[in-house]
Design a binder for this molecule. Structure first.
Ligand SMILES: *Cc1c(COP(=O)(O)O)cnc(C)c1O
Length: 377
């Protein structure tokens, strides 16, 4: 019997209140006051140039890919150790996805191997801030600048996290956040945010978001009628989701403090076993902050991981593995160029995530750590 699930969505208490307010004021479709309030919150708190709420992180990534205006055969460098959406968004635009390996120290894109992947067709690099921990952005930006490439941050897990005091999502030309139920902050199950940091993309981002029309300019009084001017789709969420999200954003300090306390407890309790070499703990480089999105262990091999997950399940706690290498996935392996990506494969086999959510207690963390200790006794 699972007593401690891997994840449990958290309610701050104000969600239903704000959702009711949206209904009561008869404004349920997108781009109403809660949408604007959330977008402004991100722009003010993190200094993002322009933000647009979306129905999912996947949607935000698709908007990023559309904004890159790729030609068939253009290449996009993406870590193989990521969620499918990171690659799919660009593949849909006709790009060739070139998969990069992870670092030895953590699952993020290895900037040192980037240069070797660049060809005359390379257009975009997509760093994914795994577990909310920053990629080595200076190294990635140096390669991008040298070759005139765009940088799109997949910041799906990276809310309220920083690289050398710069907020993640505010460094690349474009970025995507997710408010899926498993992330630190949720918009009621599904949600996302497109961030536009480069002025060149602001106008077109609004048009894509408004189903290919220049309606945003019309509402601001900049044009006297609006019409179909470009590509686009239905990317914006309803006000009900934005209202839910607003209740969570208002409580971000509390949510983050609680998650960090739980994360820290895991770290302290598991440190002695890590020191004995049974597994490694999450790596936070000196240039990165920890937003306590995830607590993971990296075990020596697949067999040990499988056995530990089974042991924890018997003890009532649900631990889960994470991504499978995208370069060897059924959908893409025949198109992959055959390069081995050993670090990515290692994380696919050896990484395990432990329960981490707001309503988890310190006592529950202790009991999970105790279960892990008994496994090694
Ligand atoms: C969650 C996640 C996504 C997708 O976000 P959705 O909101 O579920 O569409 C994309 N990339 C990464 C790295 C994620 O963790």
């Amino acid at each position: 019997m699972i007593q401690i699930p891997f994840n449990k969505p958290h309610l701050t208490g104000k969600e239903a209140h704000y959702m009711y307010e949206a209904v009561y004021e008869c404004k349920l479709s997108g781009n109403g006051k809660f949408t604007k309030r959330c977008q402004q919150w991100f722009q003010e708190r993190y200094g993002f140039r322009k933000t647009l709420l979306t129905s999912s992180g996947t949607d935000a990534l698709e908007m990023c890919a559309m904004l890159c205006e790729l030609q068939p055969g253009d290449e996009v460098i993406i870590p193989s150790y990521t969620f499918v959406s990171t690659a799919l968004a660009f593949l849909r635009e006709g790009a060739k996805v070139v998969f990069a390996d992870s670092m030895k120290r953590n699952p993020n894109l290895d900037a040192e191997t980037l240069e070797a992947l660049i060809t005359p067709r390379t257009r975009v690099i997509v760093p994914v801030h795994y577990a909310g921990v920053a990629c080595d952005m200076d190294a990635i930006l140096a390669v991008a600048n040298r070759h005139g490439l765009l940088v799109v941050e997949d910041a799906a897990q990276a809310i309220d996290s920083y690289y050398k005091s710069r907020p993640l999502g505010g460094i690349g030309h474009l970025a995507a956040f997710s408010f899926h139920e498993t992330k630190n902050i949720t918009a009621g199950g599904e949600g996302g945010l497109l961030v536009v940091n480069d002025e060149r993309f602001v106008r077109r981002a609004e048009i894509l978001w408004e189903k290919g029309t220049n309606r945003a300019e019309f509402f601001r009084g900049e044009v006297n009628k609006y019409g179909w001017v470009d590509m686009g789709s239905s990317f914006l969420p309803s006000e009900v989701n934005a209202a839910f999200l607003w209740a969570q954003l208002e409580n971000i300090e509390d949510i983050q403090a609680k998650r960090k306390a739980l994360w820290q407890r895991y770290w302290e309790q598991l440190r002695p076993l890590a020191d004995k070499g049974f597994f490694s703990l999450p790596d936070i480089p000196e240039y990165a902050t920890n937003n306590a999105h995830m607590f993971y262990l990296v075990l020596p091999d697949l067999e040990t991981r499988t056995a530990l997950i089974a042991h924890l399940r018997e003890q009532g706690a649900q631990a889960v593995f994470h991504y499978l290498s995208l370069h060897s996935s059924p959908y893409y392996h025949s198109r992959h160029d055959g390069r081995a990506l050993p670090e990515c494969d290692r994380y696919a086999d050896c990484l395990v995530r432990l329960p981490l959510y707001y309503d988890l207690s310190i006592e529950q963390v202790d009991s999970i750590c105790e279960s892990i200790s008994t496994y090694y006794r």
